[in-house]
Write a protein that binds this ligand. Structure first.
Ligand code: FAD
Length: 827
């Protein structure tokens, strides 16, 4: 049995029916007080749960066995009247007071279990509609089985055409004697395990007036003609970010008894309104601030750079953000719970807390990514101290919210930096950029030396060639297939990239590369990010050659660079250690000098991108306090590499046990060489992220034009326009900071380092935010893997931390920007 974690100084639930003070003293009391009888009831519940809560690791681990054990607990609670404690006894409930219900919920909460302990939409939502709209016969037949937990029910509302516009359903039911014959399809339904009843809204009068042509049924799930097909969605069990999957449910000539029609024919909209009200947040909830408690707990036990997380200033500041956000959320829910249970009239409160929770989920997940770094994304049993990843994409999995803000919708195509600007003399430029005379290898200057942010001729050619590659070889289907293959990428795509020369773009010509500028390489990598093309392209085609060029001696450059450029050798960096952090200071792995001038090295590296694909790893380690860079052949004895699991792309664990690295495989440069390489590599990675964010933007605009709800394209709703405006702001912020950093490096301008850190902050945060807003625009379809948005969502989270997360780059910026008034004011 899991140990109970103590509550951490939280204010507790509301005093609903038993205030401690006299009514004349104070109207508000946020803490419940219990009578002696209720405390006795608590002892009874606690003792019973102690005997009956199954001894399993965590409900998040969604195995069939876990599910069945919790379903059994669900039934046993139902038998005692504790599953829906306040429901009337005649319908199978406990007939207890709200305070008793709070006691049961609090006691289950000690085991991190909700009430009810498994997903069942019947008791709270569908059952409420039956109670209000059903006949006595229907209530007596349907309710006790639901309230006692004997059956599990799913809600079937969304269809391909009917999402936000639920009344637009195209699932039809036609009366035939004592039955209705149903045909149609419902999406995103239910969970991973068994179901007994389906409640749904269907069209019973195709030509009838809107909202008056619908009917509501409670249908046995095993009727002939019903097919349940699992959907592949973002965050299902395989990625470790969720704890159930969803289904498509097909109805083919399903004959349903007319006795199962609730509320009468063509009255379905009224019946649905009852549960929609409840679903949209008006029920409220009470309970502790689990998010904050668990974050605090983790900050005490987990370390970064040798110190518990809580001792880092930036983590504490994110904890405060988290606290503020989650406490407001808790109080909204608490207020709604109180209003609901005391019959206080509600107007906006339900949707308000629902919206606040969903949007807050994104902020919370970002705060957690900043606090616990890449650990937020993994469910790898070796490294996952808590199923953190469950919350990270919470809001992306439940998108959609009411309209609220006012912004302008960008017209037409969104301008990439290569779009031709109006030229002096009135030439408009149009869609075909005219290359200015080339003066520098980076972004070109026009004749009069005025600023020009368009691409030069070579860069335009590179852009066309990578566009062509995406259209012909790296299509969406090919990318999906490559991603799910054992290797995680396509050898054919790799071969093409090598042949075109994309793996040698930053490598000088004398070592087999094309010796282009960083901006040239960025143009190609932006294209690969648009795919997003999976594979070790950046690790082996940019990062490793830059490190070897900076840190290797002549012999080492000759040995490695040509074969990296030709794609024959694949190389990756394995730097991050279990106490993560970024930068040379966080490297603690010890390398022991050996007699031949080389080293023997042991230890673990984590979140090493592309290590499984690599035949060589660059391993930074420490010898006599100094950073040494070791080239480790992955076929050597003592090298073990495996993929990490979770919401990741290609991150691996590398375990080294007494691995011998000969003197010739020690790169001569140390920390400074590594940092020079990182400085040059980082904006190319940012360009890759910009490419992903740009693709996500284009998908969203296109979808907002195509998808219709309420008889119009969703792009007409200001709410959706607002998402797209936010999205474009993030894409542009990432794009222009990235390309300025590249330009400064290519042109050897001062303050390039500041620009690189700025670019990584904007690219990391911008890509994540772009995908968040894209999910808002797409709602349900966005989480279907085959649609293609989820690949960007995953890449955005994964790359967020690569080469340092935004918090790390912010700290560096803090050191580089003026520290004092004297420094800030020019002499
Ligand atoms: C993880 C998950 C679980 C789900 N579980 C269930 C389930 O158990 N049962 C079930 O029936 N359904 C379920 N759904 C479906 C969910 O209810 C729908 O996704 C939701 O109703 C939105 O519909 P849609 O996806 O078709 O988006 P759309 O309605 O197409 O919306 C797309 C975008 O347009 C916006 N929009 C639409 N209309 C308006 C408007 N009038 N004004 C302003 N903006 C508007 C939306 O806010 C959104 O941004 C689930 C979905 C997900 C993602």
């Amino acid at each position: 049995m899991r140990a109970h974690r103590p509550a951490l100084g939280r204010p507790r639930a509301s005093g609903l029916t038993s205030p401690r003070r006299g009514a004349q003293e104070a109207a508000m009391d946020f803490e419940p007080a219990y009578t002696a009888e209720q405390e006795e009831f608590r002892s009874e519940v606690r003792a019973w749960l102690g005997q009956h809560v199954p001894d399993v690791p965590h409900l998040e681990r969604d195995t069939p066995e876990n599910y069945q054990r919790f379903r059994q607990l669900h039934r046993e609670l139902g038998a005692r009247g504790w599953l829906w404690p306040t429901a009337p006894v005649e319908y199978g409930g406990g007939g207890l007071s709200v305070d008793h219900m709070i006691v049961v919920a609090e006691e289950l909460d000690r085991y991190d279990l909700p009430l009810p302990p498994i997903y069942d939409s019947g008791g709270r939502l569908g059952g409420a509609s039956v109670l209000i709209w059903g006949t006595e016969e229907q209530k007596a037949r349907m309710m006790p089985r639901i309230i006692k937990g004997e059956v599990v029910t799913w809600q079937l509302l969304t269809g391909p055409e009917a999402g936000s516009d639920l009344a637009g359903t195209t699932t039809d039911a036609v009366r035939d004697g004592d039955e209705y014959v149903i045909n149609g399809e419902k999406l995103y339904i239910g969970g991973s395990h068994d179901v007994d009843y389906l409640w749904t809204i269907v069209r019973t009068d195709r030509d009838g007036e809107r909202h008056k042509n619908l009917s509501w049924f409670m249908i046995p799930a095993d009727l002939p003609g019903i097919t349940i097909k699992p959907m592949e969605l973002l965050g299902d069990g395989a990625e470790g970010v969720g704890h159930s999957w969803k289904n498509t449910i097909y109805f083919e000539d399903v004959r349903v008894s007319a006795d199962d029609l609730v509320g009468g024919e063509n009255n379905g909209w009224q019946v649905a309104t009852t549960h929609l009200e409840l679903e949209h947040g008006s029920g409220g909830r009470i309970g502790r601030n689990r998010w904050f408690e668990e974050a605090l707990q983790l900050s005490l036990t987990m370390k970064r750079e040798g110190k518990p997380l809580i001792e880092h200033d930036d983590v504490r500041s994110r904890m405060v953000d988290l606290f503020v956000r989650t406490e407001v959320n808790r109080l909204f829910e608490l207020r709604n719970f109180w209003m609901n249970r005391t019959g206080t009239k509600m107007t906006y409160e339900g949707p308000q807390s629902s919206y606040f929770r969903k949007i807050g989920g994104l902020e919370i997940s970002q705060a957690i990514m900043d606090m616990v770094g890449p650990y937020a994304l993994t469910n790898d049993p070796e490294f996952d101290p808590e199923p953190w990843s469950a919350g990270v994409l919470h809001a992306a999995r439940y998108p959609g919210a009411p309209p609220r803000r006012h912004h302008r919708y960008p017209e037409g195509d969104h301008g990439a930096p290569y779009r031709h600007r109006a030229r002096p003399g009135g030439a408009s430029g149009g869609d075909t950029p005219v290359a200015p005379p080339r003066r520098h290898p980076g972004i070109a200057n026009v004749e009069d030396d005025a600023m020009d942010l368009s691409l030069n001729e070579l860069q335009q050619m590179l852009k066309h060639s990578v566009d062509d590659f995406l259209a012909r070889s790296a299509t969406r289907d090919a990318i999906l297939e490559a991603e799910t293959s054992a290797a995680g990428y396509s050898p054919e795509m790799w071969k093409i990239a090598a042949e075109i020369g994309w793996l040698g773009m930053v490598t000088p010509e004398q070592y087999g590369g094309t010796g282009g500028s960083l901006t040239d390489a960025a143009v190609v990598f932006e294209g690969l990010g648009r795919g997003p093309v999976p594979g070790p392209f950046f690790s082996s085609g940019v990062l490793s050659p830059l490190i070897i060029t900076e840190a290797g001696n002549e012999e080492q450059r000759q040995r490695y660079l040509p074969s990296l450029a030709s794609g024959q050798t694949v190389c990756a960096l394995a730097m991050t250690e279990p106490e993560w952090g970024w930068g040379a200071d966080s490297v603690q792995m010890q390398a022991k000098p050996s007699a031949d001038g080389g080293y023997v090295v042991s230890g673990v590296k984590v979140f090493a991108f592309d290590a499984l694909a690599a035949d060589h790893l660059i391993v930074p380690a420490r010898a006599d306090g100094q950073l040494v860079l070791l080239m480790v052949d992955t076929s050597n004895v003592g090298v073990e590499v495996r993929r990490m699991t979770g919401f990741l792309t290609s991150e691996c664990v590398v375990r080294l046990t007494d691995v011998k690295v000969p003197a010739g495989d020690v790169l001569e440069g140390g920390q400074l060489a590594l940092e020079r390489a990182f400085l040059r590599a980082t904006p190319i990675l940012c360009a890759q992220m910009v490419g992903g964010a740009q693709a996500v933007y284009e998908m969203s605009v296109e979808y907002s034009r195509r998808r219709r709800q309420f008889s119009q394209p969703i792009g007409r709703f200001q709410h959706v326009q607002n998402h797209i405006v936010q999205l474009v702001n993030y894409v542009d912020g990432a794009r222009w900071t990235t390309f300025e950093a590249l330009w400064k490096l290519d042109e050897a301008r001062p303050n390039a380092e500041i620009s690189v850190h700025l670019a990584k902050v904007c690219a990391s945060e911008g890509y994540v935010q772009a995908t968040n807003y894209a999910h808002e625009v797409h709602a349900g379809i966005g989480v279907m893997r085959e649609y293609g948005l989820t690949q960007y969502t995953r890449a955005s989270r994964s790359l967020y931390h690569a080469l340092g997360d935004p918090q790390w780059h912010r700290r560096r910026l803090g050191k580089l920007l003026p520290q004092t008034a004297d420094e800030a004011i020019p002499a």
